[in-house]
Ligand binder design. Structure first.
Ligand code: BGC
Length: 500
């Protein structure tokens, strides 16, 4: 793990206390909520009982023998069910960034779980599309709040030497959430006619865990001190570090808060030329993360597997398999990211994703016509290729899409910059969720070549424009990375000239 803390690779005294680990594990359940949502919507939207009740048109089309394979599920309302959540999360992440600063990380997490629970109740009890969509919007507000507060919280409570590991704990919980949702989809699909209600209702479990857990966890010392609760902040720091000797770290937090206070307009600061490199990298990492095509698979795997001719059970089971591959491969990233570096993982994954996307596209292009079914052998190959694709995403663009934006900004613009990263992720998750089924209907197997083309672009981006940040202390990033980079250094030079 990297030893880089917000102010360098210093080792402060202090143990990895049980309390800090418990706080980390509890907070990361925010990732479970996000992941469960990602995994559940595809399963539910492929269930007949659900379609019959809310989308009878799609249901009828799905069962028409002559209906075009690639277009069975092309329905704006159905896509809106999945995507409305991300639109709400996009807007709410900016509100959450303010709430986090003014009222703390813990309260933001509590608010997240309450919104989320309200959404769960509406969804599980839904009688019409309006209840479904409003429920999804409330879930989205919960996700927007949690995704802003949880990674911040994890970074702030983590002892410097396990900061990287704790950060990826969030993504690990996202993948566990997706996996659990895949299993639930599989188990409830044979409970008629209300299995889908159970699937949507069980989203209440991680939200309740976060809600109750948030009464156990600490507020971060940084947040307390930032909000002028100096005595409580110091006491909390001693408690989570398990030692009275926290002077060095305390000084550093005081200094960081002081610097942050001087920047009255973090968002305006972010627009300066000298912030351009970090901002471009943070946004590009998130946009590219989504244009790998991962969510075409995460949201719509059951639908996709049905498209290629699997029966209901087989397609849900295949989604369970991709789910477990996703979790295990994320663990690979935890172990390797600080050893082999970010660029290596990203580039290796580009190669693996390019080959698998082209192979899936090629297989479908040759074998899947509008109304036939894939031969069993070919369909199995598609599942294997999807697993290889998911695994490479899971040790690269998945966690690093969140990690890199969190480590490239200087302190003064870090939280504002991170809010941009979260919201760009949500915008493009929305775009993919809303457009994928229509794109598949129009581009047919070509959809996979579309994503393959993006993978080439992002590979070139990494080669030429993404600097390695492994083992570089966060606050030495400007000196050691940006000022030395063949392209980005010009932005730094000009900033210095302006200052002179
Ligand atoms: C992405 C999600 C994706 C998930 C898959 C996350 O990092 O932001 O959009 O569904 O990884 O594991």
């Amino acid at each position: 793990m990297s030893n880089a803390g917000p102010n360098g690779p210093k080792e402060f005294e202090g143990k990895i206390t049980i309390y800090v680990v418990i706080c980390g594990v509890i907070a990361a359940t925010g990732g479970l909520m996000f992941g469960y949502d990602i995994g559940i919507s595809g399963g539910v939207t492929s269930m007949d009982d659900f379609l019959e009740e809310f989308f009878p048109g799609v249901y009828a089309r799905k069962h028409k023998a002559k209906e075009d394979n690639y277009c069975k599920y092309d329905n704006q309302g159905l896509q809106l069910f999945t995507s409305s959540l991300y639109l709400a999360a996009l807007v709410s992440s900016f509100v959450a960034s303010k709430l986090c600063t003014k009222h703390g990380r813990r309260l933001t997490m509590q608010a997240a779980s309450v919104f989320f629970l309200a959404g769960v109740v509406l969804n599980a009890a839904a009688r019409n599309i309006a209840m479904l969509i409003i429920g999804r919007i409330l879930l989205g507000v919960g996700v927007g709040f949690a995704n802003q507060a949880v990674p911040l919280f994890l970074s702030e409570i983590a002892p410097v030497r396990i900061r990287g590991a704790l950060n990826i704990l969030f993504q690990l919980d996202v993948t566990i959430g997706i996996f659990v949702a895949n299993i639930v989809n599989y188990l409830v699909s044979n409970i008629h006619p209300w299995g889908w209600r159970l699937a949507l209702g069980l989203a209440g479990v991680p939200a309740t865990m976060l809600c109750l857990g948030s009464f156990v966890i600490a507020e971060t010392p940084t947040s307390l001190i930032e909000r002028e609760q100096l005595i409580e902040g110091l006491a909390m720091l001693k408690k989570i570090r398990g030692t009275g000797n926290v002077d060095a770290e305390h000084q550093e937090i005081l200094h960081a808060c002081e610097m942050a206070r001087q920047v009255k307009q973090p968002f305006r600061n972010l627009m300066k030329r000298s912030s351009r490199p970090q901002l471009v990298i943070a946004i590009a990492m998130q946009v590219f993360q989504q244009f790998t095509g991962i969510n075409a698979i995460m949201f719509y795997a059951p639908v996709l597997f049905q498209t290629i001719g699997f029966k209901n059970d087989a397609s849900l089971l295949s989604a369970v398999i991709t789910g477990i591959v996703n979790v295990l491969s994320t663990v690979v990233s935890v172990v390797l990211v600080d050893k082999v570096g970010r660029r290596f993982l990203l580039l290796e994954a580009c190669g693996q994703m390019l080959i698998t996307q082209v192979a899936i596209g090629g297989l479908l292009f040759v074998n899947l016509r509008a109304t036939n079914e894939l031969q069993h052998g070919v369909a199995i190959w598609v599942v294997v290729l999807v697993c290889l694709f998911v695994s490479s995403f899971a040790w690269s663009w998945g966690p690093l899409g969140w990690l890199i934006p969190s480590e490239t900004f200087p302190l003064a613009t870090r939280t504002a910059g991170y809010a941009f990263a979260v919201s760009s992720n949500m915008v493009f998750t929305f775009v993919i969720a809303q457009a994928f089924l229509s794109m598949m209907c129009h581009l047919r197997a070509g959809i996979f070549f579309f994503f393959a083309a993006w993978i080439v672009v992002m590979g070139l981006f990494v080669i030429f424009l993404l600097p390695e940040t492994k083992n570089v202390p966060i606050d030495e990033m400007t000196e050691k990375v940006w000022k030395k980079h063949w392209f980005w250094k010009r932005f730094m030079d000009e900033e210095e000239e302006e200052r002179r």
